[in-house]
Design a protein around this ligand. Structure first.
Ligand SMILES: NC(=O)c1ccc[n+]([C@@H]2O[C@H](COP(=O)([O-])OP(=O)(O)OC[C@H]3O[C@@H](n4cnc5c(N)ncnc54)[C@H](OP(=O)(O)O)[C@@H]3O)[C@@H](O)[C@H]2O)c1
Length: 258
């Protein structure tokens, strides 16, 4: 029988665990016997998750990934049993708005860059040295199909995810031989709070995105993360791109006339 890793050996550090992919990933790993460090800005949600999963399996820490000092403080304060992180799920991120580039709010662009790019590299930088030192680990970065397929209004969001994809691939080049795996997860349409955040709390606008089709779920994405990280240690999935069956590609847009 094909031998997957025992999840009991995994200590999983997750950013953005208060909602969506991160929360589902925390559940998937904790329920399989892994130890999970769930982080995010909303403390009440972290406390509820810890109450559900049990404090012996789930350590929580309030964390804004755009604050590097806060990341280092959380990593340095990990309690015994959670300190030897061997899976990092750098997932925290967001899209804001769908306005065209010439009309968008510059502060929205800055927030996406601070979270999706700066926050992600800070998370990886804080946890990678420990993995290298211990000779074992797995970095999972949260990309998107937006890194390969631009769409109107995607502008800086798509660009942050292109950064994440290339950063993940470049990491593999740097740490080859160190027994640390890197996987960029690249989902398409998945119903979480993602669209509610994108449309600043407008639930109706968010619901419209998934109207009349079946999107992927946070559990689908958590399952893919669980799969890549429990594969045998010699096996590295570099990129994993996923879409709901109802989502596909369209031809190039062609503007005709003046
Ligand atoms: N849903 C999709 O269709 C889709 C597709 C491709 C990729 N993605 C990516 O998947 C990731 C997770 O998104 P999701 O769909 O699960 O959306 P979500 O339900 O809105 O969850 C986003 C998570 O990121 C956290 N977060 C946002 N800003 C943060 C910050 N500054 N510091 C720490 N945590 C922060 C949020 O927690 P707090 O607000 O509590 O901090 C929340 O837990 C994102 O990187 C997103 O770009 C989503």
């Amino acid at each position: 029988m094909y031998q997957m890793l025992d999840p009991h050996e995994l200590v999983v550090f997750i950013t953005g665990a208060t909602s969506g992919f991160g929360e589902a990933t925390a559940r998937r790993f904790a329920q399989a016997g892994a130890k999970v460090i769930a982080t995010g800005r909303r403390r009440e949600r972290l406390e509820a998750l810890q109450a559900e999963l049990g404090a012996e399996n789930c350590h929580i820490a309030e964390l804004d990934v755009s604050d590097n000092a806060a990341i280092e403080a959380v990593v340095n304060a990990l309690p015994a049993g959670f300190a030897h992180v061997n899976v990092v799920v750098a997932n925290a991120g967001l899209a804001l708005g769908l306005a065209p580039a010439h009309e968008t709010d510059l502060s929205d662009w800055q927030t996406m860059i601070d979270t999706n790019v700066t926050g992600l590299v800070q998370t990886v930088r804080a946890l990678l040295p420990g993995m290298i030192e211990r000779g074992e680990g797995h970095i999972v970065t949260m990309g998107s199909v937006a890194s390969d397929y631009p769409y109107p209004g995607g502008n800086v969001y798509a660009a942050t995810k292109a950064f994440v994809k290339q950063f993940a691939l470049a990491l593999r080049a740097d740490i080859n031989g160190k027994n640390v795996r890197v996987t960029n997860i690249e989902p398409g349409m998945t119903e979480t709070e993602f669209s509610v955040v994108r449309f600043e709390g407008d639930q109706q606008a968010a619901d419209k995105v998934y109207e009349g089709m079946t999107p992927m779920t946070a559990e689908d994405i958590a399952e893919s993360i669980f799969w890549v990280t429990t594969l045998p240690r010699h096996f590295n999935v570099n990129r994993l791109q996923m879409m709901p069956v109802a989502q596909a590609f369209s031809p190039f847009a062609v503007h005709r006339g003046e």
